[in-house]
Design a protein around this ligand. Structure first.
Ligand SMILES: Nc1ncnc2c1ncn2[C@@H]1O[C@H](COP(=O)(O)OP(=O)(O)OP(=O)(O)O)[C@@H](O)[C@H]1O
Ligand SMILES: [Mg+2]
Length: 108
């Protein structure tokens, strides 16, 4: 939910959000993509820190606390999954969560 909310909140008017679940041979990939404002490489290293918000976002009325991605990262880690971000300023952002099928089989 937080990835989807972020994709809507840090977007531009008429921007798009795409959520996809991809089945690979040995893993599932959950991707949340937007074509919004983007995140610089320096900021990409910090956005998973608790309470971290990019300066421009602090001035918006989205009212976030900066905790969402820290919580997403914790949940992902607790499931032995991984999360990655790819982004280009002015073009958009893609977050992807990778979870091995073998791990799901062990926990089900
Ligand atoms: N898809 C995105 N595009 C651009 N910037 C993003 C995107 N997702 C996150 N960010 C930036 O990363 C920061 C941290 O995101 P995070 O979800 O942790 O907190 P938040 O959305 O500000 O608040 P919360 O999720 O706690 O309500 C955001 O404030 C924003 O600056
Ligand atoms: Mg958020």
């Amino acid at each position: 939910m937080n990835l989807a909310e972020n994709a809507f909140n840090y977007n531009r008017p008429d921007g798009c959000v795409r959520i996809s679940l991809i089945r690979q041979a040995d893993a599932y990939l959950l991707c949340v993509e937007d074509n919004g404002i983007g995140i610089s490489p320096e900021e990409q290293e910090r956005i998973f820190e608790p309470f971290y918000r990019i300066d421009a976002s602090r001035q918006t009325t989205t009212g976030g606390t900066g905790l969402g991605l820290a919580i997403v990262k914790k949940v992902v880690d607790d499931h032995q999954a991984s999360i990655g971000v790819q982004s280009t300023i002015g073009k958009g952002t893609q977050f992807s969560i990778h979870i091995a099928k073998s791990h799901l089989e062990q926990t089900s």
